[in-house]
Design a protein around this ligand. Structure first.
Ligand code: TXA
Ligand code: MG
Length: 352
């Protein structure tokens, strides 16, 4: 299949943007697949109400079909169409955080095919804030099922270059545009229980959620790799975001962390093995290795969130065999960064 790559930039007139997105929306209506930017990561979109589109999405990603898709909407009124009931707390969260990087789980309505929900009676819904995503969804008919636009097992793509790397020849169109600012996937909250449960941490933090609806819980399987329980978000059970090199997170006093990482890096490099480091503004100048990445200041996790997946892909491109990452405080957006980093590392953490 030939994949059409359509670039939308600031110089495009509103009419030209409208025309390009109408074309992309038409592909979705006809059962095709289009990758599009959102404020979190690129999505791989298909018609959420068409079982055949869901099948194509799983095939393009190489993803197990028991892993449910998120339905993206652009109009608050459309939520009613795809869910059975909207609990009051969900209404409050929608008013507070939609459009934005929040996905909520509801009991599904009959029109949502089981192919979209991976056989579940619940459905995940999100209303993205990226203006092009919003217009694209409208042109596509209002209901776009979209996982992240990466091959299964690769980091979610935060720029079109990585979407092309993974999806060229597998889907109908890729929309290349700016505005993928957050860099980690949306926060997922299960609204089907009395106390909302966070299934995947993201930019909308537990503190922000609790500020609107009071008590919230965190799915225990998010941090506890030894838990025998299955995660409630089926996708969280798969090994994710794994770089080819062996990734280890190093925790402890910052000076000890730097010393330990430099010692390990020196050993590997002496052995001819290229080593990568994810450091922070505060420690960066002290590191010595083949590839050193700057995850921003330790007092602001936004850079780490935005760059993490790019770093992981770059380490692969740079043929890095060993990777050491500093750890990030388990609070606010740091929770989401740590959650993805732990998954990428297969939970390998060294205390120094
Ligand atoms: O930011 C995002 O959420 C991005 C952009 C494209 O919107 N999408 C995304 O989709 O990350 P995906 O498919 O890569 O991750 C969706 C996660 C999976 O872990 C899946 O198991 C979970 O959501 N999920 C979907 N429906 C669910 C349901 N009914 N119950 C529990 N978990 C669900
Ligand atoms: Mg994904």
């Amino acid at each position: 299949m030939e994949t059409k790559i359509v670039t939308i930039d600031k110089l495009d007139s509103p009419e030209s943007v409208e025309e390009k997105l109408a074309c992309a929306g038409g592909i979705i209506r006809q059962g095709g697949l289009v990758a599009f930017p959102t404020e979190t990561v690129y999505g791989l979109g298909g018609d959420a109400l068409n079982p055949e589109s869901a099948r194509k999405i799983y095939a393009a990603k190489g993803r197990p079909s028991d892993n449910p898709l998120i339905i993206h909407i652009a109009d608050m009124a459309h939520l009613n169409q795809v869910v059975c009931e909207i609990p009051e707390k969900a209404q409050k969260l929608a008013y507070a955080f939609w459009p934005g990087p929040l996905t909520m789980i509801f009991k599904k309505a009959a029109i949502v095919p089981y192919q979209t929900t991976g056989g579940l009676d619940t459905v995940a819904v999100r209303m993205p804030s990226h203006p092009l995503a919003s217009l694209f969804i409208k042109k596509a008919g209002g209901y776009v099922a979209a996982p992240s636009a990466n091959l299964s097992g690769k980091p979610s793509p935060t720029n079109a270059r990585y979407v092309v790397q993974d999806m060229d020849g597998r889907i109908d169109m890729i929309i290349d545009a700016e505005g993928v600012e957050i860099g980690l996937e949306s926060t997922i909250v299960d609204m089907t229980s009395e106390v909302p449960v966070i299934l995947r941490p993201g930019y909308i933090t537990q503190q922000m959620l609790s500020g609107v609806v009071g008590e919230t819980d965190m799915d225990v399987t998010i941090y506890d790799s030894s838990s025998a329980l299955a995660p409630k978000a089926p996708g969280m059970k798969y090994r994710h975001y794994a770089p080819r090199g062996e990734l280890v997170i190093v925790e402890g006093d910052p000076q000890k962390v730097v010393k330990y990482i430099n010692e390990q890096a020196a050993l590997h490099e002496a052995d001819g093995k290229r080593t990568g480091i994810i450091g922070t503004q505060e420690t960066l100048s002290e590191y010595r290795a083949s590839s050193i990445k700057n995850a921003g200041s330790r007092s602001d996790f936004r850079v780490a969130a935005r760059q993490l997946y790019t770093f992981l892909r770059e380490f692969d491109d740079e043929d890095i065999a060993y990777i050491y990452a500093e750890s990030f405080a388990d609070k606010g957006l740091g929770q989401a960064v740590m959650n993805r980093l732990l998954k990428a590392a297969g939970h390998k953490v060294v205390q120094v």
